[in-house]
Design a protein around this ligand. Structure first.
Ligand code: ADP
Ligand code: ZN
Ligand code: ZN
Length: 814
């Protein structure tokens, strides 16, 4: 009898691959375990067992596996079911899903590069083979798994590499993450020589001549009364002594310094009871539970600051009490440190956070905790990729800010929408799923109105604070009557001044970063462009450089025009940096902060700025759309939008919906706790219907009107949209490829194929880009359509000339 396994490989090929195993191996193996296998002539991969059987493949001879890597499945059946759905719905290989799902430390392959970890290690802890690799890395900065295999003279090296990772001797190179640096605060305690009373008396008399040291010791005892650890800083302040005094006391073995590490994963604070819901929240909660009785998906449409989070916590508590797991999806984890803290106060150590920017160890740890259904992974807070975790017993999924675009992954494959993937995941687990937003996506609200989802409304702000007063400022008029100062209308400046005089804070929203988006020569009209992309460069004044926002190309700002040589380069338009600089001049006595991609790089970048704003070190915060995402500040009384028009004029069928969502969300940051806030929106177009709807927060009106347009022009939620993109360095290849495809698709789908078109930025990183859009009418079978497109794709890729072209399909490409 021969035994075989089908294996998923982390590559973009649709099929699984069959390998032979021995009878013992076949008995031991289970679906979802990893095996090391060879592929092609030289490649080695970590594959995942998908099937165990006795049917030999007919088209090729099955090879042996190298090794079994797990003793228990690392991936469970429900995940495999979920992966299959993603692969078929989003038209990608199951290998793509596999690669996206597992932390890369689980996916070693021949080309994986390992490097030394900068850590002291105990060499005696290493086995012989491990030591050889450790030593090799003293001479060579990096090794591939392939080279490891050469050094050791054997193929079976994955477990050795795994063990080196576990022992923190090496790390995988693609893991360029910021290591978590705990905040080290210095504390002071008495040296153990002085812990009894006699010695203390001796001590004080000993110090009778060192006056300052004596004061420090006396102050220490006063602080000790509070029964809390004593910070060195606090002691210095209390005793009015310098740090050198404390140091000399440490040298005399009287004091000792020590640190308390604030652990990243475990939460040490006190756990509080859940807040008592207000009446409106209580009703909403009841309605949600009622709705869950016959609807698996329910949409909570609750205005900003209505306390949706508090409602979530009640539902979470009930599901935890049933012993089930909860997945809490957030649009962008970096921005939501606030929510993490809020939930930790209630649920303490039951929460784990999962995010692709976390280190390899953190992610592997969370994966294992979820897999083993550990108590510290009962609630998973995470960005979109956490839908891939090995849940075994999900009871509830919450998708907060469900309208957010960051739930959609555009690149690389799988190009999935995490909200939609979560709905399917919930179904697989027979769990309930709650979508929450103050500005639901048109699709979700439509589904609720069609009775596909339950719908619950929450229309009061907590504490009955009114929604902010929103005023539209006509910039054209203000220019005409000369009431503009830089990019600020006098009216806006007056509102800012009033807020600051009241010691309140201000948020200013400008959806463009940098100083100005376009540099232009006044003599010849030419703008400096990116050499790799078809786009003009953005001027960043602080560093006096030009930057490409698509490929990160940068160069210093030239003194003269590259085309005509005159020194008449001028800037047009404005971004966050320019606003920040204008404000600094206008309000020299106040602290201005900026939050955009340039100021928040790194894992803790956001935390720093949000923390500074929360603690009121910053008076006015200028930022991009990051500011609109679920932040809760209690002292912001004014939100200003500097230029609403760029959002409205964006060439996309969802531009108006998005503009509405963005402005209502950012407005929602004003006046959250005590009194009604103000919002001022500058625009050239105050009569625009979206601005009118924003100014009255009339979601339903916006929804009806937009839906009408979607109906008229055959867009979602009525029609489905699929996008096909071709990319290649050679323009002619892309061009003839897209024309071929257009004709082939048109034969089947007629007028529902739109294009070919070049996107607004038609070349990025030297790759030319062309698109086709396929609209799929409501009655046309999605599955049949996809099947047909796949057929056409196969024919396309069989044409030799087209083979090198990148072919991307994006289902629900919005
Ligand atoms: P949303 O997510 O709907 O915008 P939040 O959940 O952030 O609203 O609530 C807004 C603010 O009101 C938060 O600071 C929250 O702590 C407070 N809040 C909401 N509900 C209650 C409640 N029932 N009791 C006390 N405070 C509440
Ligand atoms: Zn010029
Ligand atoms: Zn570029």
């Amino acid at each position: 009898m021969q035994y075989f396994i089908d294996v998923i490989l982390p590559i973009p090929i649709q099929k699984t691959f069959t390998y032979t195993v021995t009878e013992d191996e076949a008995k031991f193996l289970q679906k979802g375990m990893r095996v090391a296998v060879s592929f092609g002539k030289t490649k080695m991969y970590t594959g995942l067992v998908f099937n165990i059987h006795q049917t030999a493949p007919t088209l090729y001879e099955a090879k042996d596996i190298y090794q079994i890597l797990d003793e228990e499945p690392l991936v469970n059946e429900r995940q495999l079911q979920h992966w299959q759905w993603i692969s078929s719905y989003y038209m990608c290989s199951i290998g793509d899903v596999y690669r996206a799902s597992l932390p890369s430390a689980f996916l070693l392959e021949s080309e994986t590069i390992i490097i030394k970890n900068d850590k002291d290690i105990d060499e005696s802890d290493l086995l012989d083979d491990e030591f050889l690799i450790y030593e090799a890395l003293q001479h060579q900065s990096q090794l591939t798994i392939h080279q490891v295999s050469d050094i050791l003279g054997k193929k079976k090296v994955m477990p050795i590499v795994n063990s080196l990772i576990n022992k923190s001797v090496i790390i995988v190179q693609e893991e360029i993450y910021e290591q978590y640096k705990p905040k080290l605060v210095r504390y002071v305690r008495l040296h153990q020589n002085y812990t009894n009373n006699d010695s203390l008396e001796d001590l004080l008399s000993e110090l009778s001549r060192a006056k300052k040291q004596r004061t420090a010791v006396l102050s220490f005892f006063q602080l000790l009364a509070a029964k809390k650890p004593i910070k060195a800083k606090d002691l210095e302040e209390k005793a009015q002594v310098s740090s050198s005094i404390l140091k000399s006391l440490v040298e005399k073995n009287i004091f000792e310094f020590y640190h308390i590490k604030i652990d990243r994963i475990s939460f040490k604070g006190e756990v509080n009871d859940l807040k008592k819901l207000n009446n409106f929240q209580e009703i909403a909660l009841k309605e949600i539970k009622e709705s869950f009785k016959n609807k698996d998906v329910t949409l909570l449409h609750g205005i900003t600051s209505s306390g949706k989070t508090e409602v979530y916590t009640k539902l979470i508590q009930e599901v935890l009490d049933q012993g089930k797991q909860v997945l809490f999806l957030l649009p962008e984890i970096a921005l939501t440190t606030q929510i993490i803290t809020r939930l930790q106060i209630y649920f303490g150590n039951k929460i784990s956070v999962f995010h692709s920017k976390y280190s390899i160890n953190e992610r592997v740890e969370v994966w294992r905790n979820v897999l083993e259904n550990k108590s510290k992974a009962q609630i998973i807070l995470g960005a979109r990729s956490s839908v891939f975790l090995p849940f075994s017993n999900l009871g509830l999924i919450i998708v907060d800010e469900e309208h957010e675009t960051s739930y959609k992954q555009f690149e690389p494959s799988p190009r999935y929408n995490a909200r939609d993937a979560a709905i399917v995941l919930a179904k697989i687990h027979k769990a309930k799923i709650l979508l929450g937003s103050a500005t639901p996506s048109l699709e979700s609200y439509f589904n609720a109105k069609q009775n596909k989802y339950g719908l619950v409304e929450l229309n009061r702000r907590h504490g009955n604070v009114l929604l902010p007063k929103i005023e539209l400022i006509d910039v054209k008029e203000k220019y005409r009557i000369k009431e503009m100062n830089g990019h600020f209308s006098n009216r806006m400046l007056k509102l800012i001044q009033e807020a600051l005089d009241n010691k309140e804070q201000v948020i200013l929203f400008q959806n463009r970063r940098g100083y100005s988006p376009v540099v232009e020569c006044k003599t010849c009209g030419v703008s400096p462009e990116c050499p790799n992309c078809d786009v003009t460069l953005t001027y960043h004044k602080f560093k006096h450089e030009l930057r490409c926002h698509y490929c990160n190309y940068l160069r210093s700002m030239p003194n003269s025009c590259g085309a005509c040589g005159s020194n008449t380069l001028d800037t047009k338009g404005f971004g966050t940096e320019q606003i920040e600089l204008e404000l600094k001049k206008l309000f020299p006595n106040f602290k201005i902060g900026r939050m955009d991609l340039d100021t928040t790089r790194g894992k803790h970048g956001y935390q720093r700025i949000i923390g500074a704003f929360e603690s009121k070190e910053i008076d006015v915060l200028v930022g991009t759309q990051m500011l609109s995402k679920g932040l809760d500040f209690d002292n912001v009384s004014l939100v200003g939008v500097l230029n609403a028009d760029t959002m409205l004029n964006f060439p996309d069928f969802r531009a108006h919906e998005r503009a509405y969502q963005m402005m209502v969300q950012v407005s929602g940051r004003a006046g959250r706790s005590r009194k009604q806030g103000n919002v001022a929106i500058q625009t050239y177009n105050p009569l625009h219907q979206i601005l009118q709807q924003v100014s009255t927060t009339n979601y339903v009106n916006m929804y009806d009107e937009q839906l009408q347009e979607r109906w008229q022009y055959n867009y979602p939620p009525y029609y489905r949209l699929m996008k096909i993109t071709l990319k290649h360095r050679d323009y002619n290849k892309v061009d003839s490829g897209i024309n071929w495809l257009f004709k082939a698709l048109q034969q089947s789908f007629g007028d529902y194929v739109l294009g070919p078109s070049a996107p607004a930025v038609s070349r990025i990183r030297n790759q030319y880009i062309k698109n086709l859009i396929i609209k799929i009418p409501p009655k046309q079978s999605l599955a049949e359509t996809k099947k047909h497109i796949t057929k056409i794709r196969n024919t396309f890729e069989a044409v030799k000339d087209f083979r090198p072209i990148r072919f991307i399909t994006d289902v629900d490409a919005y």
